[in-house]
Design a protein around this ligand. Structure first.
Ligand SMILES: Cc1cc2nc3c(=O)[nH]c(=O)nc-3n(C[C@H](O)[C@H](O)[C@H](O)COP(=O)(O)OP(=O)(O)OC[C@H]3O[C@@H](n4cnc5c(N)ncnc54)[C@H](O)[C@@H]3O)c2cc1C
Ligand SMILES: NC(=O)c1ccc[n+]([C@@H]2O[C@H](COP(=O)([O-])OP(=O)(O)OC[C@H]3O[C@@H](n4cnc5c(N)ncnc54)[C@H](OP(=O)(O)O)[C@@H]3O)[C@@H](O)[C@H]2O)c1
Length: 405
């Protein structure tokens, strides 16, 4: 985190504590009970992804700005809760005290308060400390201890990868003797953040998102992400979902609407750029707009193709470059398009363009930065050190902004 801060890059995480939207009375602790207004697939049949466009109703006075995110408060799915109850041998009617010492039913606690999804090392460690752990069956206490403590970090990480709480209580049964103990073992179920994909100037009463539904198979079970799974399967039009708006001052359009912008948003990273483009279109901003979008296959994965093509044809999207990684033998990524168009991109930067990146933090954002540095070095006939200084100046001027996760 310190490194990112030093680089002038701010990221919002799913555990961020600053949660209020602009002037909104709704927060993660007091969310708005929103209604799902649309929920449809953006990816086509044949895609390896399930990416959806989901829009939510807003209460009067709830406002957002392009670049903001919306927080969704998820619930664990009923089947996952039943599996845990049955593995622990409880009915769900037992009474427990939640994190605020409010008495609720154990089923409700498992559904709405406790993170029974993705397993963490911390939970394994706490589980091993339960008085009942000494007598646990299955792989037994000795094996459980081998997943605990600083010396076993790597082994515990490997165990946790692709596993959920149900796996732990199946592999090491019998440790939990009272439902309340789970509040010491499991983390809280937290809200998930989604970049806002709409401009309020165009959609005054709604907030829209681009959500990839997380599904995977691991250790013999079909798994799904808690929140994206809920939105993919249990959030039909008309369903209620608690939401709140989250302001992100570090991802903003230039104040001057005539300034050109370059946006790099592969996959769901496209979301805030749909918002940027809609805003600039709705407000008649005169600045040029250049979008780089990437996904696996043009035929199934071109998110918002119709809308972007229409914007391009109408001239409000000045340049539109796509990189479909799996449409040919060799992978082509957004950074390849950046490199191919280096001369023109450098000219845009020289004209004061802002440069935005959104999406995958682990690899894409770094690779795009490397390509950008190369473009700057070549365009300026300078060294990579010079390019790094140039980019540092852009950051200071807030002309290089990232929203990566
Ligand atoms: C600022 C911000 C903006 C975001 N914007 C968007 C957005 O616009 N659209 C979007 O879709 N998401 C976005 N996200 C991500 C989103 O917040 C959630 O993290 C995401 O939807 C997953 O949440 P979940 O509850 O569905 O999955 P979780 O229940 O949290 O599960 C996800 C976890 O499952 C595990 N996992 C996933 N795949 C595998 C696998 N193949 N094998 C083993 N384990 C695996 C990983 O540990 C992963 O962390 C954003 C995140 C942030 C912080
Ligand atoms: N926490 C979660 O579970 C969760 C949930 C949803 C989304 N996300 C994250 O959200 C981001 C977007 O996910 P997404 O599925 O919509 O899209 P994505 O995984 O970022 O894929 C979009 C495109 O980017 C390509 N790509 C892969 N590596 C790249 C690289 N190093 N540089 C540039 N492009 C690269 C992909 O190609 P190939 O696939 O052909 O390599 C694909 O064409 C990712 O960070 C993803 O992990 C996380």
């Amino acid at each position: 985190m310190a490194d990112k801060a030093a680089m002038g890059i701010t990221e919002i995480s799913n555990t961020a504590t600053e949660t209020t939207g602009e002037q909104s009375k709704y927060t993660r602790n007091n969310p708005f009970q929103s209604t799902v207004l649309t929920n449809y697939l953006l990816t086509g049949e044949g895609s390896e992804k399930e990416t959806r466009h989901i829009s939510f109703s807003l209460d009067a006075g709830m406002t957002y700005t392009p670049g903001d995110a919306v927080g969704v408060i998820p619930e664990n799915r009923a089947e996952a809760v039943s599996e845990v109850l049955s593995a622990l041998g409880f009915s769900g009617d037992e009474r427990v005290l939640d994190h605020y010492k409010v008495e609720i039913g154990f089923e409700e606690a498992l559904r709405t308060r406790l993170a029974i999804g993705k397993l963490t090392r911390g939970s394994v460690g706490q589980y091993a400390k339960l008085p009942g752990a000494l007598l646990c069956g299955g792989n037994g206490y000795d094996s459980l201890k081998l997943l605990c403590g600083p010396d076993n970090k790597a082994r515990a990480e490997e165990y946790c990868w692709g596993r959920e709480f149900i796996d732990l209580i199946t592999d090491f049964p019998g440790a939990v003797t009272a439902p309340q103990e789970l509040f010491n073992v499991l983390q809280r179920l937290t809200p998930r953040m989604y970049s806002i994909a709409s401009a309020q100037a165009m959609h005054p009463d709604t907030v829209e998102t681009t959500v990839r539904v997380v599904r995977y198979d691991s250790h013999g079970r079909a798994r799904q992400g808690v929140c994206s799974g809920q939105m993919g399967e249990r959030a039909d039009v008309g369903a209620a979902l608690p939401i709140f708006l989250h302001s992100n001052q570090n991802f903003r359009l230039p104040d001057d609407p005539s300034v050109p912008i370059v946006m790099v948003g592969p996959g769901t990273g496209i979301a805030p750029f749909r918002a940027f483009l809609e805003h600039r279109q709705a407000t008649g901003a005169s600045g040029d707009n250049w979008l780089f979008f990437g996904e696996q296959r043009r035929a199934f994965d071109y998110l918002y193709e119709e809308q972007f093509t229409a914007m391009h044809n109408a001239g409000s999207l000045t340049r539109l470059d796509t990189a479909f990684s799996r449409d040919q033998g060799r992978k082509i990524y957004v950074q390849d398009r950046i490199t191919e168009n280096g001369t023109e991109l450098y000219a845009w930067l020289e004209q004061g363009a802002y440069f935005y990146v959104c999406g995958d933090a682990s690899r894409m954002a770094k690779d795009v930065e490397t390509a950008l540095l190369d473009v700057i070095a070549k365009g300026s006939n300078g060294t990579l050190d010079y390019a790094a200084e140039y980019l540092a100046t852009m950051k200071k001027q807030k002309r290089y902004q990232r929203d990566v996760y």
